[in-house]
Design a protein around this ligand. Structure first.
Ligand SMILES: [Zn+2]
Length: 183
């Protein structure tokens, strides 16, 4: 049943373009462009991003991680907040004394570093139907939004890490640069 299996695989993954892109892939360093029209292409990209995020067990995923340089990210449901798509997101406000917390990134497997960010955020974005919404958070989601918007600007957590983490992650980063993914 070899040929049948191959055919089934094609049906499940008609296009593997939207796989998870991992450091040092160039697309992660490209500044994303705003979405200009809310069409079927946007909605299918959003659906694909939810799929990749869930396959990989992440809490958030930005379009560059799916290989696309557009200003879209998705987040998983968290503490009563539903899973959401954020299209053309902007941080309306960032407040509170900066807090240093450990972050990981699906595109940097095996790497966890402390990142300093303001703890309270208000974000404005459009959903996949074109409806504008505004949300505020003072915990994990506030940090996640900042992490995902960084992705849209080509910024990764390794750009924000301190000297200790720089030293501690040197070997793991080199391995990723050589294309060796550590689980
Ligand atoms: Zn990330």
């Amino acid at each position: 049943m070899g040929s049948t299996t191959a055919y089934d695989a094609l049906l499940v993954h008609p296009d593997r373009a939207h796989r998870l892109h991992v450091y040092p892939d160039e697309v992660l360093r490209t500044k994303s462009a705003p979405v200009v029209s809310m069409d079927e292409g946007v909605r299918s990209l959003v659906a694909e991003m939810f799929q990749i995020m869930r396959d990989e067990g992440g809490i958030g995923l930005a379009a560059p991680q799916a290989g696309r340089s557009v200003r879209i990210f998705v987040t998983e449901e968290h503490e009563g907040q539903p899973a959401r798509a954020f299209i053309n997101p902007t941080l309306v406000s960032l407040t509170g004394a900066v807090v240093s917390e450990e972050e990981g990134c699906l595109s940097l497997p095996g790497i966890h570093v402390k990142v300093r960010r303001p703890p309270v955020a208000t974000i404005r974005a459009m959903d996949e139907h074109g409806t504008v919404f505004e949300l505020a958070d003072d915990a994990l989601l506030a940090r996640c939004w900042q992490h995902e918007i960084d992705h849209l600007d080509g910024v990764l957590i390794i750009d924000r890490m301190g000297p200790m983490d720089k030293l501690a992650t040197r070997k793991a980063l080199r391995a990723l640069q050589r294309g060796e993914v550590e689980e």
